[in-house]
Design a protein around this ligand. Structure first.
Ligand code: C5P
Length: 307
């Protein structure tokens, strides 16, 4: 008799870049109201999920040493939350393969959390719909709903209230990964400090950027990219100025700090242009390593074990 060995569940979840990140004033709950436009990129993490005798997290890939393997990891918190909801014990092992830079401003931890939600919903047959998963995602972190959603989306509130955005064509990016990470709360605090001592410019409405996305023209989109957190990231890591200059000098249409940084994202005219910019940046000694990516791509989705 044939015995059927169940294939493992593997969920792939994308990195994100904020094409527009407008940050409001500090709220009483310690968060800031955002108006942001997210794009999901082809750089991704894979999360394998299997039943186990105890809750365990293993991490491999670049930067794996810096990722917590206990309740400090959002996949652990996702498992505890969904197990509570399903009235069961969180007996699973996660094997995370990192492709997204750790503490890089690209929502790597959020991507893993979104992958855990999708995978556990299937493994435990919880039958949760996208809206329910998105509500749980928002409790785990501000960027987790977008990691589930993917594509291109307008984010409001803490970034968790999403509306899909029409985006024509594929955009080509070069990502310059920095030496060392930046802590997201520290970057938001630095922005609050800069706003106390001065008046750094604030982004206006993303309306023109949304139109450029609908047109699908990278040259139209490039000058409209903006990030209110960039001044704070540059204040904490002044070397990033050199990285941003080098990317544009190498032929990118524009460069911005991705989210809270320190990864810098460069929009390029084409895939070929991105390869050229990546090669030149890699040789310029202004970053730890370089990746090319494209977007938009889908949110967290099963790539193995999907019947
Ligand atoms: O939601 P998440 O846990 O990812 O946020 C991490 C930290 O980033 C928050 O504790 C807060 O300091 C800062 N943050 C913020 N405003 C947001 C999102 C995050 O101040 N909209």
């Amino acid at each position: 008799m044939l015995s059927v060995v169940p294939s493992p569940i593997v969920v792939r979840a994308p990195a994100k870049v904020n094409l527009h990140l407008g940050v409001g004033d500090l709220r009483e709950d310690g968060y800031h109201d955002l108006t942001t436009v997210f794009q999901a990129l082809s750089l991704s993490d894979d999360v394998q999920i299997a039943p186990a005798a105890a809750l365990r997290v293993k991490v491999t890939g670049e930067g794996a040493d810096e990722v917590p393997t206990d309740r400090g990891n959002l996949v652990w918190q996702a498992a505890v939350k969904l197990a509570d909801l399903g009235g069961r014990a969180p007996l699973v092992e996660f094997a995370i393969t990192k492709g997204i830079p750790v503490a890089g401003g690209m929502a790597g931890g959020s991507a893993d959390a979104a992958a855990a939600l999708v995978g556990l919903n299937d493994l435990w047959e919880l039958g949760l719909g996208r809206t329910e998963l998105s509500d749980i995602a928002a409790e785990l972190g501000s960027d987790v709903p977008f990691s589930l959603h993917g594509g291109t989306a307008l984010g409001r509130g803490r970034g968790e209230k999403l509306l899909p955005v029409l985006s024509r064509n594929t955009f080509h990016w070069v990502l310059a990964l920095a030496k060392g990470g930046l802590s997201t709360p520290a970057v938001f605090r630095e922005l609050d400090r800069l706003r106390e001592v001065g008046d750094p410019p604030r982004l206006g409405s993303p309306e023109d950027l949304l139109q450029a996305l609908a047109s699908g023209e990278s040259a139209q989109l490039a000058p409209l990219l903006g990030n209110d957190l960039q001044a704070a990231a540059l204040s904490l890591k002044p070397d990033l100025r050199r990285t941003l200059r080098a990317g544009v000098g190498a032929g990118a249409l524009a460069g911005i700090v991705s989210g809270s940084g320190p990864t810098c994202a460069f929009l390029c005219e084409s895939e070929e242009a991105a390869v050229t910019v990546a090669a030149e940046l890699a040789g310029a000694g202004v970053c730890r390593s370089v990746r090319t990516a494209h977007g938009p791509v889908p949110g967290a989705r099963r790539i193995i074990g999907d019947n």
